[in-house]
Design a protein around this ligand. Structure first.
Ligand SMILES: Cc1cc2nc3c(=O)[nH]c(=O)nc-3n(C[C@H](O)[C@H](O)[C@H](O)COP(=O)(O)OP(=O)(O)OC[C@H]3O[C@@H](n4cnc5c(N)ncnc54)[C@H](O)[C@@H]3O)c2cc1C
Length: 420
């Protein structure tokens, strides 16, 4: 089997790895090793194929994990700087709702193409079907090996990502490689992920969507809440507003998780009094079947389930409903509860919470403090962002910084195309 020898080996052709390789390739021979058949598989799936590549409001407040140290990286890469980077590389961004940034053509493929062109134009190479299983130090080099062969490199960028979405490349090998080089790892859990509920509660709602305010409760303690569209998948509650609560759920203790519930407020703009009087008016219309009482207000599937939960024996006609029953229905509209039985797991998660602590990395360069010559980037680290482009922002920032620092360490005389 052929052994390649290069200056820089980048493990992982994902968001941060390709960004880093575009930098190192300016300073010396660069080889990107990718476990999957093709580079950037996850990147192509981001933002439903449109790639929400950043957010104009990116700031440390939108991140979790080792935030104080992450802030030192983020302050070097404000959103304007990354937008400028894309523009200089031939790609324009557009800003949509809530500061979300996308490629102007709304295709993730254009972001991947831009990154690949940058690596290849500078002579970098990408080897696919090359899962790295071991990294060892060997007389001034690192030896990276796996079933596809062996590579010797003076500097290594670990850009393996995290555990989320195994079908798109998520796997634990990055943590194992980092651990063999002396690193630790904080507990990992899936984040930005649907929350599961009891099948008998979820099944009748399959396919329904409602605009709502969703709150996570642990017993009598309100933990967090978020507004947006809730999607009922048949075994879980999904949608960005639920994703946002999933991180808070992951941080609960086991005892708190056992009593966790989601409260869905289906008419957050209206108080219980308002809803009661609307129901009383609706109920007074002659010949309205009781089970259609909420059809003028809510998604039909949701409306039927709210009624079932609120009133034990529903009369034939809405006009037969008594005021206490109407109050109970109004209360359910504002507080429709679902026990949380867990998350939908890594397969459905967008990001990994937890990872290699930033205290083990020099955040001015992304170089390992424990194994000089190795740089760590992206989701592998103990930093994760909210939904809205923040995770890719982190991947770009750490990839650029690691690639540039490794390049400078190898060849301080290089003329860099973009100032960082
Ligand atoms: C469905 C989905 C949608 C998302 N949408 C968005 C979005 O719109 N906006 C946003 O900001 N974030 C989004 N994210 C999150 C974002 O994609 C990730 O946080 C980001 O890609 C992380 O970048 P990374 O470079 O750390 O890892 P990745 O992009 O995951 O890249 C890691 C690469 O390393 C490879 N690899 C792993 N182990 C090895 C090994 N041992 N040897 C060789 N190669 C290896 C993997 O195959 C993969 O290609 C989404 C995630 C998912 C799953």
């Amino acid at each position: 089997m052929e052994t390649h020898q290069v200056e820089f080996a980048v493990v992982g052709a994902g968001a941060s790895g390709l960004m880093a390789a575009g930098e190192t390739a300016q300073a010396g021979p660069t080889l990107v090793l990718e476990a999957k058949q093709r580079p950037g598989k996850k990147l192509l799936a981001t933002g439903n194929g449109r790639c929400n590549l950043g957010n104009s409001g990116a700031s440390p407040a939108r991140y979790h994990g080792d935030v104080a140290r992450a802030a030192r990286v983020l302050e070097r890469f404000p959103p304007e700087k990354l937008e400028q980077f894309w523009r200089r590389n031939g790609m324009l961004c557009r800003e949509l709702d809530e500061g979300r940034l996308y490629p102007y053509g709304m295709q993730a493929a254009s972001v991947l193409e831009c990154l690949l062109r940058r690596v290849q134009r500078r002579g970098g190479e990408i080897l696919c079907d090359f899962p790295v299983e071991e990294i060892r130090r060997e007389k001034g080099f690192f030896a990276l090996s796996g079933p596809a062969g062996k590579v010797r490199a003076r500097r290594v960028i670990l850009a393996c990502g995290g555990m989320a979405a195994p079908a798109l490349g998520g796997n634990p090998s990055g943590y194992r490689l980092a651990s063999a080089l002396g690193h630790s790892c904080t507990p990992l859990f899936p984040s930005l992920v649907p929350l599961s509920t009891l099948p008998e509660r979820a099944r009748p709602l399959k396919g329904a969507r409602s605009l709502a305010e969703v709150s996570l409760w642990a017993g009598s303690r309100g933990v967090a809440s978020s507004r947006g569209e809730v999607q009922f998948t048949g075994d879980s509650l999904s949608g960005i507003c639920v994703f946002e609560l999933s991180r808070a759920y992951g941080e609960l203790t086991d005892a708190q998780k056992r009593e966790a519930e989601l409260s869905v407020c289906l008419m957050p703009e209206h108080g219980p009094g308002d809803i009661f009087s609307f129901l009383r008016t609706a109920a007074s219309s002659p010949l309205l079947p009781a089970q259609e009482l909420l059809d003028g207000m809510l998604n039909r599937l949701v409306a039927r389930e709210v009624l079932r939960a609120a009133v034990r024996r529903l009369p034939q006609e809405a006009s037969e409903l008594r005021p206490p029953q109407l109050s109970a229905i109004a209360a359910r509209v504002r507080d429709f509860r679902f026990p949380v039985t867990g998350t939908a797991g890594w397969a459905h998660a967008q990001v990994t919470a937890g990872g290699v602590p930033l205290s083990e990395v020099d955040v001015s360069t992304m170089e390992s403090r424990l194994c000089p010559g190795v740089y760590l980037t992206g989701e592998l680290l103990n930093v994760d962002g909210d939904c809205g482009g923040y995770n890719l922002h982190w991947a770009w920032a750490t990839g650029l910084l690691a690639g540039r620092s490794a390049g400078k360490a190898a060849d301080p005389a290089v003329h860099w195309d973009v100032r960082l």
